[in-house]
Design a protein around this ligand. Structure first.
Ligand SMILES: [Zn+2]
Ligand SMILES: [Zn+2]
Length: 239
């Protein structure tokens, strides 16, 4: 059986050699696990600091220096451009969960950078941005949950499903204007375990940060139940 399976895999690789998802070049045998080639992976520039959630300025010391009244700081492993766009898209919408590996690499280097800069993950608990249960059922997973697990595992911090999504909102990426996006999310989140979050520092985890309206809404909800400091953490942000 084993022999047959190996033979089948070998045939499949000859007939359909795997291509890099980003540049479409053939993948070398060492690269096949990650779905993108080393050259594309190296084009993903990993950030070293947190950002202002209002103007997206880099905060070299990971402290607010410009918009002091912003509700939270933003952590983004990279910018939403180049190979990462395809990776996230295929992982999320085409359910290529094996793409979690290259995404994990990017996230790990960013977490290490933050940690080296003095960011203490142990002072936080993690809350993933939830999907509405119908959407999670049809996708088969919640991407924010996957990313939250990666962070929790690396730093031994707990994940609390602190928010639920009662309203079935439209996919934010399909709504072009800011007003529509904000409206779409109004009262979208409910606090699920308020007593466990009150007075706590929270890492609010999602995959992508574009207009910021999803995280704004979730962060306001968490603030309203007494959360202390909030840092939103995503794989990629738009500039
Ligand atoms: Zn490539
Ligand atoms: Zn700012």
């Amino acid at each position: 059986m084993e022999l047959l399976r190996n033979l089948k895999n070998a045939m499949a690789e000859i007939l359909f050699p795997p291509l890099c998802l980003s540049c479409q070049n053939y993948l070398g045998s060492q690269e096949r696990d990650s779905s993108i080639c080393r050259s594309c992976q190296s084009k993903i520039i990993v950030h070293t600091s947190l950002f202002c959630s209002v103007c997206r300025a880099r905060l070299p010391e990971n402290k607010k220096i410009c918009h002091k009244n912003s509700g939270y700081l933003l952590g983004a492993a990279t910018d939403y451009s180049g190979p990462i766009v395809n990776l996230i898209h295929h992982y999320k919408y085409e359910r290529w969960t094996r793409l979690l590996d290259p995404l994990k690499k990017v996230l790990h280097s960013y977490l290490d950078n933050l940690s080296a800069g003095g960011f203490d993950f142990k002072k936080f608990i993690i809350v993933p941005i939830p999907l509405h249960k119908n959407r999670e059922q049809s996708r088969g997973f919640n991407q924010a949950e996957h990313l939250a697990q990666i962070i929790a595992y690396r730093y031994q911090v707990s994940i609390i499903d602190g928010l639920t999504r009662e309203k079935e909102t439209q996919i934010q990426a399909k709504l072009k204007n800011w007003e529509d996006r904000k409206k779409n999310l109004e009262k979208a989140f409910l606090a699920a375990n308020p007593e466990m979050l009150s007075g706590k520092n929270i890492l609010l985890v999602d995959d992508v940060y574009t207009s910021g309206s999803t995280i704004n809404e979730a962060s306001e909800k968490l603030k309203s139940i007494g959360a202390k400091k909030i840092v939103a953490l995503v794989i990629a942000k738009t500039k």
